[in-house]
Design a protein. Structure first.
Length: 77
């Protein structure tokens, strides 16, 4: 038997007041899930535009492939 079916059977055995509380809780969860969902007017940023926004962030920094590799593989003491 599916878990959902088991839950429904148990809820059906509750007194009416408890069933109403369960229904209210489910409605609350449903409301919360709609609140957390992004609105349809929001759009994904242009990936190419987002890429070029980062251009130059490492300018005037002494960062090379060798220095990155050394930092990533340094031994901890």
């Amino acid at each position: 038997m599916l878990t959902l079916e088991m839950a429904i059977q148990k809820i059906q055995q509750f007194p009416p007041e408890q069933r109403n509380k369960v229904i209210e809780f489910i409605e609350f969860l449903e409301f919360q899930s709609h609140q957390a969902a992004p609105t349809p007017t929001q759009s994904e940023p242009d990936s190419e535009g987002a890429f070029f926004e980062l251009a130059g962030i490492w300018e005037n920094k002494d960062i090379t492939a060798a220095s990155l590799r050394a930092e990533a593989w340094r031994e901890t003491k």
